[in-house]
Design a protein around this ligand. Structure first.
Ligand code: NZQ
Ligand code: ZN
Length: 393
């Protein structure tokens, strides 16, 4: 195992009705004025926002509200949130919604607690020194932002989607009620399941060794999500499956499934971020559209891990040689993605980038990692990234 820091300071309250505890949880933080941050309407329509407002009122906590976060959350709303938080003297931000809302809340938290332009933290020009405390009430199991150190924001003028990774933004609590995810459209449920799988797979395909326990946890998580995604496809109101998927979403992205590794290979995520920066696609769908092409391009560099994945996770029979077994595992995962309605190519994703756009995305991927190579399984130069995008067409 490699030297590794595991830091999960987020208190988790999990189960039916958990959201009723929000007021007392914020009271316990000693905070007085909350910014309620939410998305485009689902939390209001479901009655969740009303329940949360009641919980705050019962605990004597005042609040201001800012809705309107869109998927692939925008920097312009983050600026608005920072202005509001400063004007109102907000000392806590409560994010109610998906990864986009939680990420937007984290960015506002940085902007309200530091001077200067918050976007500097996303370009890497500066590091934040503080963040307002964040609480999360996730309504979709997907990004894992409720326990992660990431915030991913889109600067809409140039179509740049960038992340800021810092422990300061890890939510102080996450209130997770699996029932809240039952109003999701099937496509969003599937996008979330795909993202959860990918957060563990990006860590699983690494360049580390001797990972019995970490591999076992990762494989169990992947098999659990494979199984319960199919249950939810056919029975979206199955509570137990909603719960399994929701907990998997948090564990998939809080560092546990990468424990003792080199951190994994995040090429597929980086390539997806450029896709959603340019074409505003759903994150989970963008990931599945390119993953198979990435995997086939790099798998010879870590055949042992791709074979282990094929046998232990995808349950394929060993083929003639290791390379064939690895390819069978990749094909089985692509088949699974299709079975839950996820795309396995850019065409299926509904985008047709020109050659110039493919080159531009490849260039931006490399810029985003400081002009170096992407990933660890096979470090990718710009022409490799462009070749993977082309193969994914
Ligand atoms: O805005 P509303 O009306 O709430 O609608 C949302 C949105 O349209 C809807 N939704 C959420 N909960 C619902 C619901 N609709 C009905 N019922 C519910 N219970 O779902 C849509 C998608 O929401 P979004 O927040 O965008 O989804 P997700 O959680 O997948 O977040 C995606 C964002 O997270 C980033 C992605 O890049 C993307 O910007 N990521 C963040 C990470 C992190 N912070 O650690 C890691 C990830 O790899 C990812 O990059
Ligand atoms: Zn993701």
């Amino acid at each position: 195992m490699s030297l590794y820091t595991y830091f999960t300071p987020t208190k988790v309250i999990f189960g039916k009705g958990a959201e009723d505890q929000v007021g007392s949880l914020i009271q316990g933080q000693g905070c007085k004025k909350v910014l309620l941050h939410y998305g485009g309407g689902s939390a209001r329509r479901s009655g969740l926002l009303d329940r949360i407002e009641r919980s705050l009122e019962c605990s004597g906590i005042s609040y201001v509200s800012l809705g309107g976060v869109v998927p692939n959350p925008r920097l312009s709303l983050v600026y608005e949130g920072i202005r509001l938080a400063k004007e109102e003297g907000v000392d806590f931000i409560l994010a109610i919604g998906g990864g986009s809302v939680i990420d937007s809340a984290k960015a506002i938290g940085y902007g309200a607690a530091n001077d200067g332009d918050v976007w500097d933290f996303f370009t890497g020009a500066r590091k934040p020194s503080a963040c307002l405390p964040i609480g999360a009430v996730p309504t979709i199991a997907a990004a894992g932002s409720e326990m992660s150190w990431s915030s991913v924001i889109t600067e809409e003028t140039h179509g740049l989607k960038r992340s800021c990774n810092n422990d300061l933004s890890r939510p102080v609590f996450a209130v997770m009620d699996p029932e809240l995810t039952m109003t999701l459209p099937p496509y969003q449920t599937a996008c979330g399941c795909a993202d959860i799988l990918m957060h563990t797979m990006e860590r699983y395909f690494n360049h580390s060794d001797n990972l019995d326990l970490t591999d076992g946890i990762a494989e169990a998580l992947l098999r659990t999500v494979l199984h319960h995604s199919l249950v939810l496809r056919d029975h979206p109101d199955n509570y137990e499956s909603r719960a399994e998927i929701m907990w998997a979403g948090s564990l998939s992205h809080n560092g546990l499934t990468g424990f003792g590794t080199d951190g994994g290979d995040w090429s597929t995520h980086k390539m997806e971020h450029e896709l959603s920066g340019m074409f505003d696609v759903a994150h989970g769908a963008g990931l599945t559209a390119v993953w198979g092409s990435w995997a086939r391009y790099v798998c010879r560099e870590r055949l042992d891990r791709f074979v282990q994945f094929a046998l232990r996770v995808m349950d394929v029979a060993p083929a003639g040689d290791d390379y064939q077994t690895a390819l069978a595992g990749i094909a089985a995962m692509e088949e699974f993605f299709r079975s839950i309605g996820m795309p396995t190519s850019l065409t299926e994703l509904g985008v047709s980038p020109t050659d110039a756009q493919l080159e531009e995305m490849a260039e931006k991927c490399i810029q985003a990692v400081g002009g170096k190579t992407l990933g660890v399984v096979k470090p990718l130069a710009m022409q490799d990234v462009a070749a993977i995008y082309r193969a994914a067409k």
